[in-house]
Design a protein around this ligand. Sequence first.
Ligand code: FFO
Ligand code: ATP
Length: 220
Amino acid sequence: MSANRESGHPFTDQAVAPTTRTKDEWRDTLVAARRAVSAATRAAEAEALAAVLGELADGLAGETVCAYLPVRTEPGSIDGLDSLRRAGVRVLLPIVAGAGALDWAEFTGRNGLRTGPFGLQEPAGSPLGTAAVVWASLLLVPALAVDQTGVRLGRGGGYYDRSLPGVRATATVAAVIRDEEHVDALLPAEPHDVLMTSVLTPGGGLRRLSTAGRRRPRFA
Ligand SMILES: Nc1nc2c(c(=O)[nH]1)N(C=O)[C@@H](CNc1ccc(C(=O)N[C@@H](CCC(=O)O)C(=O)O)cc1)CN2
Ligand SMILES: Nc1ncnc2c1ncn2[C@@H]1O[C@H](COP(=O)(O)OP(=O)(O)OP(=O)(O)O)[C@@H](O)[C@H]1O
């Protein structure tokens, strides 16, 4: 079998980059690429993401969205969360409570935040418990990259993989990434990795991954 076929796409026969890199090697490359993005590009992308959330907001009024507050080079901004809240969406943010699943508390605005682990801004209000994810119809998940089969690469704490198994089967689980972080290569996957149903990018908006889960066993 040729090298090209060996690294061929798992559900088309298109050639893709080989996936011999480890998760940590991928993280190093992706974080370096994020650091190289200019402040102007970052701001434009955050604005585009906030606009997408603003458009989705009316349709989500009265519903619960589990979101996150971007830190450092992560795509997005607090503006998108404000748009959701203004439209009557209940926005929950994660709280790191030990090494288990994430806890959640309501985002009540910029003044209701305090600094938590990893320099994250967390809601200061009462934690709702790890099971709060079950209320969400949309989950916005921080990620460094997602492949076409829905495999997500995060920061390496395993927090979301421990937290997402409780979501409703009908929920949209969308990783928020920059457009080029929706990669054609197959990311390294482990049995605990929870697949994304969708991606949210500044250029493409919210898109469902019709090919989520479509990995042949030899690629798993
Ligand atoms: N904005 C945001 N919130 C989040 C996550 C996230 O990735 N982003 N998480 C996702 O699970 C959970 C918390 N886990 C996190 C783990 C590592 C890092 C982080 O930025 N680590 C640094 C190194 C640590 C440091 O020096 O501060 C890094 O990887 O560069 C952030 C969050 C829940 N909340
Ligand atoms: N469901 C789980 N149960 C127990 N441990 C888990 C689970 N999911 C992940 N882990 C642990 O977390 C570690 C990191 O996982 P992984 O590299 O997939 O993190 P990640 O998805 O990139 O991180 P994050 O979700 O925090 O952004 C794994 O090596 C594993 O030890």
